[in-house]
Design a protein around this ligand. Structure first.
Ligand code: F6R
Length: 365
């Protein structure tokens, strides 16, 4: 059942290329320059006309929601707010005509996320869902939605559901932007970039051996910092969550530039700092942050683009991932972070598929 892998988590990390292909099958059609989302067909006009999209979710799904905020605002220019589902419903949220609530839940059973659905409906606002488990409560109760089709996720730590959520959010954002904020050529470029992602994830997974060696060095650390910016700020949060939940190492994720406003005080030679430093619109600023950490003897692990040797001097380890359009880079950048947590947790003797105190779906509020 684990397909020759030692753990479900490892299997699920490794099967991300096919999970992403499955998530895009029949939906991303590069030959026709089309994106087809059958489940949203009847509501797409309302979604495109929305004044505001509010995305509610928990945990890793909340991280993909943050990527969704960047995606929808970037492509469709529709304002987005991201809410912890647990906070949203207890705040007596102000919803208006023209708002659309979108919830994201792998299991489709998370109690707080379900409560967000019911709150939207109580206030008469359209509520859409992105779920993996077919026929789950959230999938049934939302007005419309998109399934991930990522296949069952058994490991408690979410991996392939995260990347599938991000790819579905990219499809939604592009569909909202088609023939509006995006030209035909820009749309076609983005569709082709989407279609090429599974192979790039395959290439990224080839670093597994290199990351396992690195994990052997970092397994004894008791704190980690993860920093990223823009589309990859949520990936920094996700990297930190993956590490803490399965290896029980304390880790925090921050937007890279926030480091100067507090976390920099933590940095000494015992503090590994993982930077997502891709050659995108934020690169130069992130490199200055790396210099600041290196100057304080922090041990920097950088994730950067294939072919970029500029960080080799400054960093302890540089992991290189294939190039893609900036909006899709979270799908590649998160993979080495998943592998790093996995290997560290295994080396520390942790039960990676069933971490202490955690359940696969949280059905209490
Ligand atoms: C983290 C993790 C949890 C879930 C969260 C939401 O690896 O698995 O943080 O992401 O409990 O679960 P769903 O997406 O099922 O609503």
């Amino acid at each position: 059942e684990k397909g020759g892998y030692e753990h479900f988590m490892q299997k699920e990390i490794m099967e991300q290329p096919t999970a992403l292909e499955d998530a895009m099958r029949g939906r991303v059609l590069p030959d026709d320059n089309k994106i087809v989302l059958g489940g949203l067909h009847d509501v797409m006009d309302d979604l495109r006309d929305a004044d505001r999209v509010i995305i509610a979710a928990c945990g890793t799904s909340w991280h993909s929601a943050l990527v969704g905020e960047y995606l929808i605002e970037h492509f469709a220019r529709t304002p987005v707010e991201v809410e912890y589902a647990s906070e949203f419903r207890y705040r007596n949220p102000i919803l208006r005509d023209g708002d659309v609530v979108l919830v994201i839940s792998q299991s489709g059973e998370t109690a707080d996320t379900l409560a967000a659905v019911r709150e939207a409906q109580r206030q008469g606002v359209m509520c859409l869902g992105i779920c993996n488990v077919v026929g789950s409560t959230i999938a049934r109760e939302t007005d419309a939605g998109v399934y991930l089709h990522a296949g069952p996720e058994i490991g408690v730590a979410s991996t392939k559901a995260f990347t599938a959520q991000v790819i579905v959010l990219a499809m939604i954002a592009l569909k909202m932007a088609e023939d509006r904020t995006l030209s035909h050529a820009e749309f076609a470029d983005a569709v082709h970039a989407l279609a090429s992602i599974p192979d790039k994830v395959r290439t990224t997974l080839e670093m597994d051996g290199q990351i396992e060696k690195m994990a052997n060095i970092y397994r004894y650390s008791s704190n980690f910092l993860y920093l990223g910016r823009g589309f990859n700020f949520p990936v920094a949060l996700e990297g930190a969550l993956k590490l803490k939940e399965i290896s029980y190492i304390h880790a925090e994720g921050y937007p890279a530039a926030e480091m100067k406003h507090g976390p920099i005080a933590l940095i000494d030679r015992f503090m590994p700092v993982v930077f997502i430093a891709l050659k995108d619109s934020t690169y130069d600023k992130v490199v200055s942050n790396i210099e600041e950490v290196a100057a304080r003897d922090g041990s920097v692990i950088a994730i950067t683009d294939e072919g970029n040797g500029e960080l080799d001097e400054l960093c302890e380890y540089v992991l290189r991932i294939p190039q893609t359009q900036e909006f899709l880079s979270p799908l590649l950048a998160v993979v080495p972070l998943q592998l790093l947590s996995y290997h560290i947790a295994v080396m520390r003797g942790c039960d990676v598929d069933q971490p202490r105190n955690l359940a696969k779906s949280v059905t209490v509020e």
